[in-house]
Write a protein that binds this ligand. Sequence first.
Ligand SMILES: CC(C)(COP(=O)(O)OP(=O)(O)OC[C@H]1O[C@@H](n2cnc3c(N)ncnc32)[C@H](O)[C@@H]1OP(=O)(O)O)[C@@H](O)C(=O)NCCC(=O)NCCS
Length: 212
Amino acid sequence: MTDPAPAPAPVLAEPIPDFHTKPTLSGTRVLLRPVTADDLPALLPMFHDPEASRLTGNHAADDGPDEARLRKWYATRGEQDDRLDLAVVDRATGNVVGEVVLNLWDQGNESCNFRICLVPGTYGKGLGTEATRLIVGYGFEELGLHRVSLEVYAFNPRARRAYEKAGFVAEGVLRDALLWEGERVDATVMSILAPEWARHRGLPVVERLSGS
Ligand SMILES: CC(C)(COP(=O)(O)OP(=O)(O)OC[C@H]1O[C@@H](n2cnc3c(N)ncnc32)[C@H](O)[C@@H]1OP(=O)(O)O)[C@@H](O)C(=O)NCCC(=O)NCCS
């Protein structure tokens, strides 16, 4: 008598990331916590500042921010189960200084897009790099993502540098991706993959800028 054929191995579904839980993440310089409508007054300068609009390629800001729409937007971030929107708090002052977001979740490919914007006047103090490390680390270590990617415009070397310091790697150029005030601008796609994150956890070896 021959042995019965082995039962087929069960197909295990990939665990679904828990986007519904909105965490508070603490670093040395910043704290990230769920964003709410009460944060709108602190965040509004991001939407009023023409330079921030340019750096993020936000054409929608051309007519000025629609505060009622934004209030509704931030009031509903806590209910979203396919994205994570966190306010960035400067621990030195307790002020909300921006937002970080994991969005465009692609379940089949276990990936997300990342974006960040700080309010004018808070740039260049290391807040953005740390906020990036905190939320991206959460994406890999708690949500189980495999890939986190972003796009950065050629005229934004500060953002690119912050992303590189957190471990993002440039992988290609989207030519003429943005049309801003008559000028066409390239965007660089950058990403981090889970095995890379496991190696450096947001602290890759990066070249120092000359003079820094
Ligand atoms: C992009 C952003 C999140 C970065 O956060 P940040 O707190 O300003 O950045 P950090 O201080 O953490 O790091 C900036 C790095 O860029 C470097 N830098 C600044 N200006 C630079 C320039 N012109 N060229 C190259 N590097 C530059 C800084 O020296 C620093 O690197 P270092 O620590 O090695 O010296 C923030 O500036 C921001 O919100 N800007 C407006 C909106 C925006 O650009 N969003 C991103 C869209 S892709």
